[in-house]
Design a protein around this ligand. Structure first.
Ligand code: ADP
Length: 257
């Protein structure tokens, strides 16, 4: 049996509210350390592709000056690297914007049925490239509404479904279930049949720049910031992120509103 792991930061939503007025200095110190680790990680992630871009430019201007074939190949690699760097900067900006508004509760009525359809459509080219089929399982209800921020929820489900396609690629199928049991909360689960995530890694998945294996960072495009962004957005929505994963069977990420 695999036990689900709740990656959300806050306690049960129903608890009474207490205001704590003491200052825990050790906590402040650890926040400081996290900040400087974050800056160091972000700089390192940008520095590596920059150094490599510089190397390619020097080669194109030097040894490969008269070799159009080599130049074309190097320019292709450089284009990939700049795309990766833009993605990283976009993710860093998303995180810092989310931090600024973390205390404001989002208040649009968002219908999850068309939203999930839109996310699926936007991921179809990637899924096709990877040979993965994304299947949607939606309830009959006309609308399934939650209070939220539409663009942020698109980002959450894009990240989760994209991860399921990328890391669960060999399982070929990704299932997205929207459940709207009137007596319970609204839930969206994204299920893949990939290799699964070893239990010791699960609690750390939402840390910034955390990736389960070095092989993932080499072979799969990503920044290691996707799930950190998902967690920030869901915290602002008072929604939970629950992970169930079994090795060689697959992984299920559930968002519970
Ligand atoms: P990335 O940009 O690397 O995809 P994420 O924060 O979205 O960053 O994910 C962090 C790491 O968690 C990934 O690098 C991968 O190792 C692991 N991971 C996420 N989703 C899955 C999944 N569905 N199956 C297996 N591993 C996953």
């Amino acid at each position: 049996r695999v036990s689900p792991v709740d990656l959300s930061d806050f306690g049960p939503v129903e608890t009474n509210l207490y205001i704590l007025s003491f200052k825990d200095v050790s906590e402040l110190r650890s926040i400081d350390r996290m900040r400087s680790d974050f800056v160091a990680n972000a700089s390192h992630e940008l520095r590596t592709p920059l150094a490599s871009l510089r190397g390619f430019i020097e080669t194109i201007l030097g040894p490969a000056r008269n070799d159009p074939k080599a130049q074309e190949r190097f320019l292709g690699i450089m284009l990939d690297q700049t795309t990766r760097m833009s993605r990283l900067v976009d993710d860093l900006l998303s995180l810092s914007r989310l931090e600024l508004k973390s205390h404001i509760a989002p208040d649009q009525a968002v219908d999850l049925k068309p939203l999930l359809g839109h996310v699926r459509d936007s991921l179809l080219p990637l899924a096709e490239d990877l040979g993965v089929e994304i299947r949607m399982h939606l309830p009959d209800a006309d609308k399934v509404e939650v209070l939220g921020d539409r663009d942020e929820l698109v980002q959450v489900f894009e990240n989760l479904i994209e991860n399921a396609c990328k890391y669960g690629q060999e399982g070929k199928l990704v299932d997205v279930h929207l459940k709207n049991d009137p007596s319970q909360s609204v839930e969206v689960s994204v299920v893949d049949r990939g290799p699964g995530i070893p239990a010791e890694h699960v609690p750390r998945l939402t840390e910034r720049f955390y990736r389960v294996s070095v092989a993932d960072s080499r072979s799969k495009k990503g920044t290691g910031l996707g799930l950190a962004i998902v967690k920030h957005i869901l915290t602002r929505h008072r929604a939970r992120l629950i992970v169930k994963s079994e090795l060689e069977k697959g992984t299920e990420f559930t968002v519970r509103f």
